[in-house]
Design a protein. Structure first.
Length: 237
């Protein structure tokens, strides 16, 4: 099942979204264009794991982490699919990262890996936009519009073996499978839940395979995860 949020004649509504573009709530049906979709949740934080693919470690010459290596993006980083990513005025080297992301369904803490599925609403896609020439992860990754999220949440999904690819202006730049993660989604969420109390709608992103290249104003980014869909954004400019 796909869960989506959209802006409608009656305001912002949430419900089940079908392949024909109809969003069903308990009381009403709405025909929704992709441009009307909002981010599928409203996180209090986005917990993002880096260095989670061996290919990325090789590309960036990182050491293999002994436990999930993470950082946090704030709510202001979130923008929906089909929305322009603002190219940051303070950077001249901006890149992208197509990531699988889980959405938390209830307040929770200290989850065992086998209990994670019960606390997850479903899975969506995040683009970890990164201003590479800035000092430190917060400056690089936590600015406005740096976390495109969507297009919806898929609730019926095994996240451990999903193919993905990212295309920039139609050129394939990333291709991988989640089975190549160093730490799988269940391990990662359990690890982070020892440190943070998750709120409903919080997002956990599981890292990206190697990322060849940067993006420029006017570029179109399409990140596709099998069984979920495609997160599509242009770069403002």
């Amino acid at each position: 099942m796909r869960l989506a949020r959209a802006r409608t004649r009656d305001g912002v509504v949430s419900g089940e979204y079908d392949p024909d573009g109809v969003l069903e709530t308990d009381d009403e049906s709405y025909e929704i264009d992709s441009e009307e979709l909002l981010a599928p949740c409203e996180p209090s934080a986005l917990y993002c794991v880096g260095r989670n693919y061996a290919e990325t470690l090789d590309q960036m010459e990182y050491e293999r982490p002994e436990e999930p290596d993470f950082f946090i993006k704030p709510p202001v980083s979130v923008i929906p699919t089909e929305t322009a990513i603002p190219y940051p005025s303070f950077s001249e080297e901006v890149t992208y990262a197509g990531e699988l992301a889980a959405v938390i369904d209830r307040e929770c803490k200290n989850l065992a890996p086998e209990d994670v599925s019960e606390a997850v609403r479903g899975y969506t896609i995040m683009n970890d936009v990164d201003a590479l020439d800035q000092p430190g992860r917060t400056a690089r990754k936590a600015f406005d519009g740096s976390g495109p999220l969507g297009p919806w949440i898929e609730t019926d999904l095994d996240p451990t073996e999903i193919g993905m690819h990212t295309e920039i202006n139609g050129e394939r730049r990333q291709e991988a499978n989640t089975e190549l993660m160093l730490f799988d989604p269940f391990e990662t969420i359990s690890f982070l839940s020892e440190r943070f109390t998750f709120a409903p709608g919080d997002v956990i992103a599981f890292g990206s395979p190697a990322n060849p290249g940067t993006i420029e104003p006017g570029d179109e980014i399409e990140i596709t995860y099998e069984e979920i869909g495609t997160l599509r954004n242009t770069v403002e400019g």
